[in-house]
Ligand binder design. Structure first.
Ligand code: SF4
Length: 235
């Protein structure tokens, strides 16, 4: 077993709501209250990490939510689901055990971080301060590990790394995901300079849609449209 991968023998979750996508809406993520773009003051536009995850799923979500001001009908339902997930995760995860395994000197939990420079804000499950003097975000997923790291998971962590780096003025070169439904298996993920650059570029693209009212192309996967709450108005 690699040092970057381990599991904790814990009671498996009995219940849980599986979602058909890996995009999650976090109810505690900035209290679900995205700052509405202010056209008189572009520099004040702030988006949420969850907005970026939505964008990665389908870039048109941003247009409908922010340019046309049409909320996602399912937002509430997702919040309920995620709320339950957060509760179950807390109940089932031996967080101290996870932290000790990662050579972590100290941690801060449920940290809200915002960056005016990058126009983004979000909550990090845990900011770990590691023995080698670097820091790393740790995100708990009430999910099974399926032999790959989804793009949305990856960018959630990259964006958290960006925020930690800026706010704590500390190097962040890796991140951790804990899959609580796979016996709390922890996966380490490298965060490279090019990942951070890519994340900055994605944020710029989203800000551009919001500020210029750009209408993005449809998603390349029509499978995603089947259950989409915007499908009736999306052409
Ligand atoms: S219907 Fe398809 S293209 Fe339109 S917003 Fe939904 S997922 Fe995106």
């Amino acid at each position: 077993m690699k040092s970057s991968e381990f599991s904790v023998n814990e009671e498996k979750a009995e219940t849980g709501v599986e979602k058909d996508t890996d995009v999650e809406i976090d109810p505690e993520d900035e209290e679900g209250t995205a700052v509405k773009p202010d056209s008189d003051n572009d520099s004040g536009t702030m988006i949420r990490i969850s907005d970026v995850l939505e964008y990665l799923f389908c870039s048109r979500f941003i247009y409908y939510m922010y340019c046309l001001d049409i909320p996602q009908y399912e937002e509430k339902r997702f919040k309920v689901i995620k709320g339950r997930e957060v509760h179950e995760t807390r109940k089932l995860t031996n967080r101290d055990y996870v932290r000790k395994k990662l050579n972590c000197e100290r941690k801060e939990s449920e940290v809200f971080i915002a960056s005016k420079q990058h126009h983004i804000k979000g909550i990090v499950d845990e900011v770990l301060f590691l023995e080698d003097g670097t820091a790393a975000p740790l995100e708990y997923k009430f999910a099974e590990y399926k032999d790959k790291i989804f793009k949305t998971y990856k960018f959630q962590l990259v964006l958290q790394a960006l925020l930690i780096r800026e706010n704590y003025n500390i190097e962040v070169n890796r991140a951790y995901l804990c899959f609580t439904r796979s016996n709390s298996m922890v996966k380490e993920m490298e965060i490279s300079a090019s990942d951070l650059k890519k994340a900055e570029k994605i944020i710029e693209e989203i800000i551009d849609i919001i500020q210029k009212g750009l209408y993005p192309k449809t998603t390349r996967s029509s499978r995603k449209c089947v259950d989409c709450c915007y499908r009736n108005i999306c052409v």
